[in-house]
Design a protein around this ligand. Structure first.
Ligand code: ADP
Ligand code: MG
Length: 304
């Protein structure tokens, strides 16, 4: 098969691993910087141009769209879809997953366990918002944050009030969330491919740190999931319409709760912590799914 990895940088670990794994399995692989693609969206024969030539005859694309490039990245993925090319994750599902709030609303509707969460833009009733999630201690998050930046633990009602007021002064969108203390500064990253968790790691925050992000000094190790955790991860990816996803869970007293679902999960942390060939498993899945998709009518395949 001819498979493209849509990535801003072919030298990134995840991109390199997918290229290698694809070649090993006998596919023709190519890294394409989606920011450099341009396209004719109206012609009878929709095209994508890259380095002066049309991108033709691809069987599948694997999008790895940067968080700050969602708009243009999903436009390129959508154009491949219009051309009848299979994409591991549909453009629509990628856009959906990029909005933390929308993500939680979709998961809640499917009955998936979540930390009790409240949302506010600029509320006058701060006490009411704090009460929504059961009072302090609680976690306050900037909706736009990644890598743990903009995630604050407020231990007391007074601290919570001050932080909410400060964010309000900045005109920021914030989430207020029940603090899952019993998670002990750790979370679980479950790498979902199709209807399976192919690898899982536990990330433990640095001593005294409640955020487990590796960018904040967290350490990762292989972990064995319970059947409930596995099924929560798989159902979450499915609810978001993602075939490949990184689902982040916390171990709470009331079972696994989902924090985030990522549509371009990184391979480096998870492959190094678990020793699993996640790239190889992803390519196997893509090749099989692309072949199956060929047998269906193009318009049945994706929604815009
Ligand atoms: P980001 O998108 O910046 O990574 P997260 O929502 O994933 O933000 O939060 C960062 C980290 O903070 C999580 O990985 C987790 O360890 C910790 N954390 C977030 N929310 C909670 C919570 N409600 N209870 C306990 N720990 C939390
Ligand atoms: Mg996170």
């Amino acid at each position: 098969m001819k498979i493209a990895i849509l990535s801003q940088d072919a030298s990134l670990y995840s991109t390199k691993r997918l290229l290698d794994a694809g070649e090993k399995q006998g596919h023709e692989m190519r890294a394409i910087n989606y920011l450099r693609c341009y396209m004719n969206i109206t012609s009878h024969k929709p095209t994508i141009m890259y380095q002066g030539k049309p991108l033709e005859d691809f069987d599948a694309v694997i999008p790895r769209i940067g968080a700050s490039r969602t708009f243009y990245g999903t436009a390129v993925v959508r154009q491949f879809e219009v051309m009848g090319v299979f994409s591991t994750n549909d453009s629509q599902a990628i856009s959906r997953s990029r909005d933390k709030l929308r993500c939680l609303q979709i998961l809640a509707r499917k009955g998936i366990g979540l930390p009790v969460t409240g949302f506010a833009h600029a509320t006058e009733d701060i006490d009411g918002l704090i009460e929504t999630v059961g009072g302090a201690p609680l976690v306050i998050k900037l909706l736009e944050g990644t890598q743990g930046i903009g995630v604050v633990l407020a231990e007391t009602q007074q601290a919570a009030k001050s932080v909410i007021e400060a964010f309000r002064g900045l005109d920021a969108n914030i989430l207020v969330q029940e603090y899952i203390k019993e998670a002990g500064g750790a979370d679980l990253r479950c790498f979902v491919v199709g209807d399976k968790v192919v690898a899982a790691m536990k990330r433990q925050g640095a001593p005294g740190e409640f955020r487990s992000n590796l960018h904040r000094g967290g350490k990762a190790e292989k972990v064995k999931l319970t059947p409930e955790e596995r099924s929560t991860a798989v159902r979450s990816a499915k609810a978001m319409g993602l075939r490949v996803a990184g689902v982040d869970l916390l171990r709470s007293n009331h079972g696994p709760v989902v924090m985030e679902v990522n549509s371009s999960p990184g391979l480096e942390g998870i492959e190094k912590a678990t020793g699993v060939d996640v790239a190889g498993k992803t390519i196997e899945f893509v090749a099989k799914s692309a072949a199956e998709a060929k047998n269906r009518a193009p318009l049945d395949r994706v929604q815009y």
